[in-house]
Write a protein of this length. Structure first.
Length: 191
């Protein structure tokens, strides 16, 4: 309906212009174009003033604080020193094993005698202590024990976990956790 009204208005304008003297019709069109140009310029001026005011307000705002400069990444020597500082102490392995057995008991696990093997990496100048721990208990408790053990002994790695269940309905499973403790003979850098 709106299109019909516009088409009807356009038709009336064309008929009115056709009945007029061509000079007067040209003057009317020139006047209409001038009025449209003035209206467009007024609108553009208002928009320009608004943009100018927004830019002035933005410039008056205090500058944001400078971004913190990131420290350069550590050098290879610094990384190596951090590695050696993160190693556990070889002389405290017995206490660390007692802590692991206490954690297993806390989680209700049966921790039988495990297999232990110590080795020394001469080139890297650190010791490893491999633990092969057979445990029996609930599946969730075994995983929780593994996570808690890694938190309690941060210089340890969980290398392998294997599970075995005798029957589908058994609540308890047997698992074998293989962990490695990374140890230094002394505090700090290797000797």
């Amino acid at each position: 309906m709106k299109n019909i009204a516009i088409a009807s208005l356009w038709l009336r304008i064309r008929i009115a212009l056709g009945r007029m003297n061509p000079v007067i019709a040209g003057g009317v069109l020139l006047l209409a174009a001038s009025a449209g140009t003035v209206a467009w310029l007024a609108h553009a001026r208002i928009q320009l003033e608004q943009d100018y005011e927004a830019a002035r307000r933005e410039a008056a705002r205090p500058a944001p604080p400078p971004q913190a400069v990131q420290a350069p990444p550590p050098s290879a020597d610094q990384n190596l020193a951090l590695f050696y500082d993160s190693l556990g102490q070889r002389r405290t392995v017995d206490r660390q094993l007692k802590d692991l057995f206490a954690l297993a008991q806390k989680h209700g696990l049966v921790l039988r005698q495990g297999e232990y093997r110590s080795s020394h990496d001469r080139a890297a100048r650190f010791y490893t202590y491999q633990l092969n721990l057979p445990v029996k208990g609930r599946y969730e408790a075994i995983w929780q024990f593994a996570f808690d053990a890694l938190q309690a002994v941060p210089h340890a790695s969980l290398d392998d976990v294997s599970f075995r269940r005798d029957a589908i309905g058994d609540e308890h499973v047997e698992a074998r956790l293989r962990m490695t403790l990374y140890l230094s003979a002394a505090t700090g850098a290797p000797q």
